[in-house]
Design a protein around this ligand. Sequence first.
Ligand SMILES: CC(C)(COP(=O)(O)OP(=O)(O)OC[C@H]1O[C@@H](n2cnc3c(N)ncnc32)[C@H](O)[C@@H]1OP(=O)(O)O)[C@@H](O)C(=O)NCCC(=O)NCCS
Length: 186
Amino acid sequence: MVCLETDRLILRGWEERDVAPFAAMNADPRVMAFFPSTLTARESRKTYERLKSRAEANGFHFQPIEFKRSGSFAGFVGIARVTIDVDFAPAIEIGWRLPFDFWGKGYATEAATAWLDYGFGSLDLDEVVSFAVHSNKRSQNVMARIGMTRDPNGDFWHPDIAPGYDLARHFFYRIRKGEFLACKAK
Ligand SMILES: CC(C)(COP(=O)(O)OP(=O)(O)OC[C@H]1O[C@@H](n2cnc3c(N)ncnc32)[C@H](O)[C@@H]1OP(=O)(O)O)[C@@H](O)C(=O)NCCC(=O)NCCS
């Protein structure tokens, strides 16, 4: 299981104590604005089980971040195999979700940079991709801040969301290992 450390955060495996703050985050309509709906406590528990078991099976996945200072849950960030039916699969994606109160402090960018470092370093990946609903600018800003570039040729309609529905239209971003290393060297 991947465990990483940044200036302000610990990136670690899922634990039972994450369930309550994870459910509170997933029940917040501001956090879930670009998803079809918020999650009930039961849905969050199922999602927690799925993320935990995938992290344990693969060695990495979307994993919790916690504050070094307090040890409290600060959302999740991670890399994962793309499991949806899209042209660019197989691929490794990077993704994030933070409780609303922790937006605007650079935590997602800090954790995502550590994950890219791990992916391109320890896992020797060639490329990492990401995608977001076309109007989810905050998520796309994280992608840009960590050095990813939008590839409009990869934009797609999410196969699990009803076609034509506004939330189905996704913008596609990517970063190759050489681009990340060049960015890091600056
Ligand atoms: C996507 C999401 C993680 C982005 O959060 P965020 O707070 O905007 O991103 P970061 O944590 O990287 O913070 C960057 C912001 O913090 C500011 N900041 C403050 N201190 C900072 C620091 N020390 N370092 C870097 N940035 C800092 C930046 O200037 C930036 O501010 P801005 O939004 O005014 O430009 C968050 O909006 C979220 O969880 N959304 C809901 C879930 C979601 O949509 N997930 C993505 C699905 S594709």
